[in-house]
Design a protein around this ligand. Structure first.
Ligand code: GLV
Length: 333
């Protein structure tokens, strides 16, 4: 039997490449320079599957240029880089990496919210600049996290993880806005109240954004939304750039309309809106919420499991663990 060829579109753990190489001919982007679109399309020629990350966009044009492709497996839970309908229409299996990153990402969201509320980055920069010459009663005084009201925008698995940390670890009151309401027992465990977005923005001390990025969530937090927030409130975005209007946020931070923000994701990243780099009351991190070594390894392994299984290889042949369009498998079967 000829071994299928696959593209690993970015550098990844060697052990994951080895696992793929046990079953496939593997073409790895070892240099890890992000392919331009024509390069990606050309490099996919003859490939049955692709191991991709958020930097590779999969759409109808790319799929039509590579009709031999059977699987595109994302090493990320978010999949706004994949046109799943276009994949389904062409019988291409698409997958993401849910669950394995939930707790790690919730840890980071909570840490970023705390760093924002307690001005940790801003004060560290001050110390490193050698400006710390004496104690002062109001030096870097921030806002409390314990006992405050946490507003979770988007109450999926990661949102619930953030809410659990706040409710059970820090005695926070939890509000959440989500398309659907949580089951009553989950609401009861978290002491969480389902509210509309405006109520959440008006009443929360710390708003954490954890929605997927879709046309419906584009600029979910815009100037009008920011205007509803308390002037003492913080906003943390661990969802995707584009869910928050970064220009409007920078203006709100500069004008003191909200107290501070923590951002792990940006519109047009890795570029960061220049106005955000100029305001001191924002903590900026380079899209690392899922970046613990065990979790990144688990994500890469899950993406590889999906790829092998979708191509009918390995121990789970034909049964990718986390497909986005399982109907493709039913059709193939
Ligand atoms: C990271 O942003 C992910 O979607 O996994």
């Amino acid at each position: 039997m000829t071994r299928p060829a696959v593209l690993v579109a970015r550098a990844v753990f060697p052990e994951v490449i080895e696992r793929l190489a046990a079953h496939c001919e593997v073409d790895v982007n070892r240099e890890d320079r992000i392919f331009t679109r024509p390069e990606l399309i050309a490099r996919l020629a003859g490939k049955a599957g692709a191991f991709i990350t958020g930097s590779e966009r999969i759409d109808a044009e790319l799929l039509d240029a590579n009709p031999q492709l059977r699987a595109v497996c994302n090493m990320a839970v978010g999949y706004n880089n994949i046109d799943v309908d276009a994949c389904t229409a062409r019988g291409v299996l698409a997958s993401n990496t849910p669950d394995v990153l939930t707790e790690t990402t919730a840890d980071f969201g909570f840490a970023l919210m705390m760093a924002t509320a307690r001005r940790i980055a801003e004060s560290e920069h001050y110390l490193r600049r050698g400006e710390w010459t004496k104690w002062r009663y109001d030096m870097f005084a921030g806002t409390d996290v314990h006992g405050a009201t946490l507003g979770v925008l988007g109450m999926g698995r990661i949102g619930q993880g953030v809410a659990r940390r706040g409710a059970l670890g820090f005695g926070m009151k939890v509000l959440y806005a989500n398309r659907s309401r949580l089951p009553a027992d989950v609401e009861a465990t978290l002491g969480a109240k389902w509210v509309d977005k405006a109520t959440l923005l008006r009443e929360s001390d710390h708003v954490v954004v954890v929605t997927p990025y879709t046309p419906q969530t584009h600029h979910l937090v815009d100037a009008a939304a920011l205007a509803l927030m308390k002037p003492t409130a913080t906003l943390t975005n661990i969802a995707r750039g584009g869910v928050v209007d970064d220009a409007a946020l920078a203006a709100a931070l500069k004008a003191g309309r909200i107290a501070a923000a923590g951002l792990d994701v940006f519109e047009g990243e890795p570029s960061v809106h220049p106005a955000l780099l100029e305001v001191p009351n924002v903590v900026l991190t380079p899209h690392i919420a899922s970046a613990s070594v065990p979790t990144r390894l688990a994500m890469a392994s899950l993406a590889a499991d999906n790829l092998l299984a979708a191509l009918g290889l390995g121990p789970a042949a034909g049964q990718p663990p986390t497909p986005l369009n399982p109907q493709v498998l039913a059709r193939q079967g």
